[in-house]
Design a protein around this ligand. Sequence first.
Ligand code: SF4
Ligand code: SF4
Ligand code: SF4
Length: 189
Amino acid sequence: MNKNAKEVSRRSLLAEGIRSFSLLCVGGFAGGMMGRSQSQRYCWQIDPHKCVMCGICATHCVLEESAVKCVQAYAMCGYCKLCTGFFDPSPQALNTGAENQLCPTGAIVRTFIEDPYYEYKIDENLCTGCGKCVKWCKAFGNGSFYLQVRHDRCLNCNECSIAIACPSEAFQRVPYDEPYLLKGTTSKG
Ligand code: SF4
Ligand code: SF4
Ligand code: SF4
């Protein structure tokens, strides 16, 4: 593949990634809100710039499986070969062996794109919202992994037990027509 073709294919990939997440947000939110009273004017949101990845999102949701999941800001991701959000800090090898992965549930899917690029996608059915990958991606990578309240799962409790315990006021009540604060779409990154 020549250089121009490579650039085009990578750009298409990025555009597709952004489109997928946008659709997921709109579709998920519409689905989650369907059947709920329109008088519920607010929903819960995580400000990824305030979140300190404390782990409470994984343990304090009233749902058995937390409504908080990790998402990937494809526009920010470096598609790094050595992703610090994916690999254990001391991996035995840079491959997808379970012993080399940071995620405790294997929820990050690593796919080879073209040398030296790899795509990292979250399998939300496996993600517990623990924030480990977010912490390490932010510390040594581009900070493209971040936590979000998934509105197709969240019960929109009046008093969210995560928000009560959140140490950094990252969990906030916002108008329901602005459900997601997306990274990679503002000047703050
Ligand atoms: S490390 Fe935690 S937050 Fe990241 S994908 Fe795995 S379960 Fe989800
Ligand atoms: S509002 Fe309720 S369901 Fe939603 S994240 Fe908080 S505790 Fe979980
Ligand atoms: S409780 Fe707050 S600081 Fe902790 S992971 Fe959740 S949003 Fe981030």
